[in-house]
Design a protein around this ligand. Structure first.
Ligand code: FIX
Ligand code: ZN
Length: 419
């Protein structure tokens, strides 16, 4: 039976709200990894998105800002973005959404009230509360084998909170190889800068060791606009071809490429100093064509690249577009991208990831994703209905489940029942 448009829209909203999400890319860590899991008001206000926005208001010299304690920086950000201007940006209004979900009176929100409502200590109950509010079942971490603070916990990873799963992040290996050579040598791997001798075999052994330690769901690295493929003589090209791709193939792991991040355009802003670049899609197409037995999870940072990425995914079934990353994770652009992907791919992509750096980010990032997906899907189902197609609750549930979790699970080979 055909539903009235308003009934259909509220059914879609309910199903989207009720469908759990598998958050396939975050910068959160299992609670057993101690101070690596960030939470609380001061961390939320020190989020690099807010830090960069705050400089547009307070104009403090960089050294002065970074010389402050974390709590003082949180106050500067608060004053700049919530007292002296209105929090209308994506990131700033996200704080208001977090506050509301955590029970604050957002009509007269103060920094003190926010600090009281959010916990600085990620107890198991607090994590469950936040994950329930966001309706997220699993959180994929970004695990960097060259971060000593993190790798100190790797041997205990097997016994950690099962809701947190690993991904192996290889930016340093792929983008700054010469800088990690001494580190690898110190760890006992026989490598050199020109990849001669046993280097390739040893790099492979290094990846095997990392994977044995963290059991990643996928391997990842980000690129700027300088990523080329094929690159037979370049070090990165050789590592990709001779080490990473065969490793991924043999272990059945997808390779995630996060394309278009131009790092440290303004180093004085520290983590907030990265920007974006329009990245060519051709190398990606060639990779997908040359390695049909590899699977590629891909997100692109520039709005200009989204259309080409979707078209590439029509051509190559080993390519899975995921999420709306960072500078395109705004209401307007998420709507545009999800609409474009649905129109060109149907529900065969990964609708969103949170990229959360602070636990409470899960709340607003997923609330937003759900609102946008509801709008777009309601519109699509209304059109289908008006063509006589039967749209039922079961059908909507199936589609949303695929977009929020199923497509990712299937792509990384996670059985429905496991995890
Ligand atoms: O490379 C990444 O995974 C990016 O998401 C981060 O580096 C970035 O700082 C970020 O947090 C974006 O949301
Ligand atoms: Zn990220």
């Amino acid at each position: 039976m055909t539903m009235a448009d308003a009934d259909l829209a509220s059914l879609v909203a309910r199903v989207v709200d009720e469908t759990p999400a598998f958050d396939m890319h975050t910068h959160l860590f299992a609670p057993e990894m101690g101070s690596l899991l960030l939470c609380g008001a001061d961390e939320a206000l020190n989020f690099h998105y807010l830090v960069s926005e705050s400089f547009r208001v307070h104009h403090m010299p960089y050294h002065e800002f970074w010389g402050l304690s974390k709590a003082q920086r949180a106050e500067v950000v608060w004053n700049s973005l919530f007292r002296d201007t209105s929090p209308v940006s994506e990131a700033a209004s996200g704080v208001v959404e977090i506050a509301r979900a955590m029970g604050c009176d957002t009509g007269r929100l103060t920094l003190t009230a926010l600090r009281e409502a959010l916990s600085d200590v990620p107890t198991a109950e607090y994590i469950s509360r936040i994950m329930n509010l966001a309706n997220v079942t699993h959180i994929v971490m970004t695990n960097d084998p060259f971060d000593d603070q993190e790798t100190a916990f790797w041997s205990e990873m097997g016994g950690m909170d099962k809701r947190f799963l690993a991904s192996l992040r290889l930016d340093k290996l792929m983008n700054q190889y010469s800088s990690v050579v001494p580190v690898l040598i110190a760890k006992g791997y026989e490598v050199d800068e020109s990849l001669s001798g046993r280097s390739v075999v040893e790099l492979r052994r290094f990846l095997e060791d990392c994977a044995d330690a963290v059991h990643p769901l996928y391997v990842a690295f980000s690129t700027a606009d300088d990523f080329v493929y094929p690159e037979p003589d370049g070090v990165r090209g050789r590592i990709l071809k001779e080490v990473v791709l065969p490793f991924c193939r043999e272990r059945g792991l997808p390779l995630s490429l996060m394309m278009g991040a131009r790092r440290q355009v303004n180093p004085a802003l520290r983590a907030a100093g990265d920007s974006l670049a329009n990245a060519p899609v051709r190398p990606l197409e060639s990779l997908c064509a040359d390695y049909p037995d590899n699977r590629f999870l891909v997100s692109m940072l520039a709005r200009e690249n989204q259309h080409a990425l979707v078209v590439a995914a029509r051509k190559f079934h080993n390519l899975m577009p995921f999420g709306c990353w960072w500078f395109v994770n705004t209401d307007t652009l998420v709507e545009e991208i999800i609409r474009m992907r649905l129109e060109l791919l149907g529900p065969t992509f990964i609708a969103q990831h949170s990229d959360a750096r602070v636990l409470e980010h899960l709340i607003y990032k997923w609330q937003r994703a759900r609102r946008v997906l509801t709008r777009v899907l309601a519109d699509k189902y209304e059109n289908l209905q008006s063509s006589g197609w039967l749209v039922t609750e079961d059908v909507i549930r199936r589609d949303v489940e695929q977009l929020f979790s199923g497509n990712f699970r299937q792509f990384v080979g996670l059985a429905e029942s496991s995890g």
